[in-house]
Design a protein around this ligand. Structure first.
Ligand SMILES: Nc1ncnc2c1ncn2[C@@H]1O[C@H](C[S@+](CC[C@H]([NH3+])C(=O)[O-])CC(=O)[O-])[C@@H](O)[C@H]1O
Length: 343
């Protein structure tokens, strides 16, 4: 099934989400499907974002192609023509309208992506994060996966590429949704969906997912232990949580709470040491807790590009000492932890 063109989410949201809603009903989640319909109605019809029309207009300028697909197993997740020699799908003929449409969806933060050979170089090399996380995951083959705070859905495509049978990303940002749909429209049968909802909009005690990812979220939560409990509630018994967040170097019990901003970011609450985070996961009832990676975020991984022209990490660090943030805190260090919900 192809998406309606031109797309008007206030009228077509049901067409967009129908396969997912049907799937949820068929897998015993009719109650969630019902709740989601109300939430989607709110987002697209009752209280649409002021910029949604502009973003939709940009999206609707993307060239129409019946025969394209998403290749999710590449560093730059790529949309390509099924037949590379299809005359209308060669970059030369597409480039002006393609680039104009995609630039209308700037800033592109999470990626990278490629559309018919055109590279969209995003602020983040999200592929580097994926490369740090992926080797440590339980095999995703056949798993139902949730990605909380998925941004543009870059990692959702990679999860599908790694074998997940269904991937649901949630993120309240509607620009991220339009960026996601710029790929999805070319491969609408892919079992990958992005819902513009918040983690707190999920039903309690879902016990539906085999794996849940929370990457780049925990430090934004005012109640981090509640966030861990919320993640656990989304999982089936035995399911896996993948937690990636800012940490400090330090011992068990140590936590940084910035006075105000951290690396210019508002809304940063708790930055624990990895050992403290292990303890938090244990107290939240997870087992088999492993710290699988700790890496400093480099200014090559997060930087301004032609597709995200605002300030980026190098502007958020102390110019005279890049091992510190502009506020004098330790520069961003990120850890990935993997744990399991008991059976
Ligand atoms: N209440 C909420 N519920 C769900 N998502 C939210 C909420 N509030 C904000 N977000 C979303 O959480 C994401 C955090 S970014 C990590 C992206 C990706 N995971 C990555 O690992 O690159 C990290 C960062 O840029 O600081 C954003 O896309 C928000 O819109």
């Amino acid at each position: 099934m192809t998406l309606p063109h031109p797309l008007d989410l206030s009228r077509h949201w049901r067409d967009l989400y129908d396969p997912l809603l049907t799937h949820l009903c068929e897998t015993g989640n009719a109650a969630w499907a019902g709740q989601l319909q109300n939430q989607l109605l709110q987002r697209f019809v009752s209280h649409p974002h002021g910029d949604l029309e502009r973003w939709q207009n940009a999206y609707n300028g993307l060239p129409v192609s019946a025969a394209a697909k998403v290749l999710p197993n590449r560093s730059a997740v790529a949309v390509t023509a099924n037949e590379p020699d299809q005359p209308d799908m060669r970059l030369g003929s597409l480039q002006p309208e393609l680039e104009h449409a995609l630039r209308g969806l700037m800033p592109w933060r999470k990626g990278p992506f490629e559309f018919f050979g055109l590279s969209v170089d995003t602020e983040w090399r999200s592929d580097w994060k994926w490369d740090r996380v992926a080797p440590h995951l339980s095999d995703l083959t056949g798993r139902t996966v949730l990605d909380v705070g998925c941004g543009s859905g870059y990692h959702c495509w990679r999860m599908w590429g790694a074998g997940a049978s269904r991937v649901i990303g949630i993120d309240p940002g509607l620009l991220f949704l339009m960026q996601f749909l710029s790929l999805k429209r070319y491969d609408n049968a892919a079992p990958v969906d992005l819902l513009p909802i918040r983690v707190e909009d999920l039903p309690p005690d879902m016990a539906y997912f085999d794996t849940v990812f929370s990457m780049g979220i925990l430090y934004h939560r005012r109640s981090p232990i509640d966030h861990l409990l919320d993640l656990k509630a989304t999982l089936k018994p035995g399911g896996e949580v993948v937690l990636e967040t800012l940490v400090i170097a330090g011992n068990e019990g140590e936590v940084l709470m910035p006075e105000d901003r951290y690396a210019m970011m508002r809304n940063v609450w708790f930055i624990p040491s990895s050992r403290s985070l292990k303890r938090w996961l244990a107290r939240a009832g997870f087992v088999d807790i492993r710290v699988v990676d700790e890496s400093l975020t480099s200014t090559e991984e997060q930087r301004a590009t032609d597709w995200m022209q605002f300030q980026s990490l190098s502007d958020f660090l102390d110019p005279s000492d890049p091992s510190k943030t502009a506020e004098g805190y330790p520069a961003p260090l990120r850890a990935t932890l993997i744990a399991r919900k008991p059976r």
